[in-house]
Design a protein around this ligand. Structure first.
Ligand code: ZN
Ligand code: ZN
Length: 432
């Protein structure tokens, strides 16, 4: 038997209903904030990621699925979406015309990491990207949008960690100070010994416990922010406070990508161990120019869907509660009649299924139970003669005979009544 590749998994029903629910909620919130969807290829030129994410990052150095195509060109399965979205924005001129440009995209990303709980080699993200404005209001709005999605999904405990990585000017000064601090330290891992001269910021992102210990006394970027960056960060924090967002300043937060400037943030949720971020993002004002484009300030985030689904409550809202009908037919003629009725019900937006194998009534009723059918229509020889079917309501086992001509109308009515009851049950009384 051929099996799936290590670290890549199948998402199966009924779990897929939860995924659909998460994505539906995200789409609804994006629309409220004026975002529109963009869909992109999964493959890009390797150079796009090497130049944007940074050659010295773990992602580019160790984790990309890259290969040479038949023409000898190096291509890579996208390890993240920001670079691809920006590539598409620049290529298609979506940045033109002034104002904020807001885009979102959903889909799989690929990284060759060690698989563990909530971490897969093909994983899914919900991405949000906003372009064209440097204002701190946009940083705050993007964070509020993210938290709005997570709140609607009923993510219980979460913490927002935030930092400012400054502009290139601040970063030059900070990297020099950090480099100086690191140069005299013993015991850094092999990667960090190299990075302390090539790209000391990346040392802050090292997962080694040893390196983390050494960094406890390292300088923090907050002390190296220029006046403009400090004011920008202060305004973002002020706005978050004003809208009731509890944040925690995390002076060593850098994220695993080189392109961030100024605001960087993560949302962490308990229950995922060391890999506890369910979302992360920040501002990346320099990335457009890095890719050969114009000055284009930008800010965005990515939600890790696999991890998010690990920590979300198993909420009844996302359970598959579509009104369903099962047709149990006994004998060839009854099956033929039922098959026609099946098509008719679906024409009237009623989900319906039937047995196609000529099983006993008992076996068919147990299938109806398994499908959690709301009603079962029973058709046998007698029903055909009487031109009526038995309709059983599975919630109270009440059974009645209804003429074939009246069945569809009857079920449409039952379905509507059921929906009204559910709506009333789901309404929480307004606080007095
Ligand atoms: Zn600055
Ligand atoms: Zn290290």
């Amino acid at each position: 038997m051929i099996k799936a590749i290590r670290g890549m998994r199948d998402l199966l029903p009924p779990e897929t209903a939860r995924w659909q629910w998460v994505e539906q909620v995200a789409r609804e919130v994006f629309v409220l904030y004026g975002y529109r969807e963009i869909r992109l290829p999964l493959l890009e030129r390797t150079e796009l990621f090497a130049r944007s994410i940074g050659a010295d990052t773990d992602i580019v150095g160790k984790e990309m699925y890259s290969f040479t195509d038949r023409k000898g060109e190096s291509l890579t399965l996208r390890p993240e979406a920001t670079a691809s979205v920006l590539r598409a924005v620049l290529e298609n001129g979506l940045d033109k015309g002034g104002g904020v440009k807001k885009l979102y995209t959903l889909g799989p990303m690929f990284r060759y990491e060690r698989p563990q709980k909530g971490r897969y080699r093909q994983f899914y993200q919900i991405n949000c990207e906003a372009y064209g404005v440097e204002a701190p209001e946009l940083d705050a709005e993007v964070i509020l949008l993210l938290l709005n999605i997570l709140k609607r999904l009923q993510l219980g405990e979460m913490r927002l960690l935030i930092n400012s990585l400054g502009c290139p000017e601040c970063q030059v000064k900070f990297k020099a100070a950090l480099g100086l601090f690191l140069i005299s330290r013993e015991g850094l891992c092999e990667d960090c010994q190299r990075r302390r001269t090539t790209n000391p910021l990346r040392v802050l992102d090292c997962k080694s416990v040893h390196c983390k210990e050494i960094l406890k006394d390292a300088p923090v970027i907050r002390d190296y922010l220029c006046a403009d960056c400090a004011a920008h960060f202060a305004r973002v924090l002020e706005l978050l406070s004003r809208f009731g967002v509890a944040y925690e300043e995390q002076p060593r937060l850098v994220r695993g990508l080189d392109y961030y400037t100024r605001t960087a943030f993560e949302v962490v949720a308990p229950g995922l161990g060391a890999q506890d971020a369910v979302a992360g993002g920040g501002r990346y004002n320099g990335l457009s120019q890095e890719l050969g484009g114009p000055v284009l300030p930008a800010v965005g985030f990515a939600i890790g869907e696999d991890r998010l689904l690990e920590v979300l409550p198993r909420d009844p809202l996302c359970q598959d509660r579509e009104f369903k009908v099962f047709l149990a037919a006994l004998g060839g003629a009854a099956r033929d009649r039922a098959f026609a009725l099946l098509q008719e019900l679906r024409q009237h937006d009623i989900a319906a299924e039937m047995d196609l194998e000529g099983r006993s009534l008992k076996a068919q009723m147990s299938v109806a139970d398994r499908l959690r059918a709301d009603c079962v229509i029973i058709i046998g020889e007698k029903e055909l003669t009487d031109n009526k079917a038995q309709v059983r309501d599975m919630t109270d086992a009440h059974q009645q005979s209804i003429s074939f001509a009246g069945i569809v109308d009857h079920l449409v009515m039952v379905k509507e009544r059921r929906a009204n009851v559910e709506e009333i049950l789901n309404q929480t009384p307004a606080p007095r």
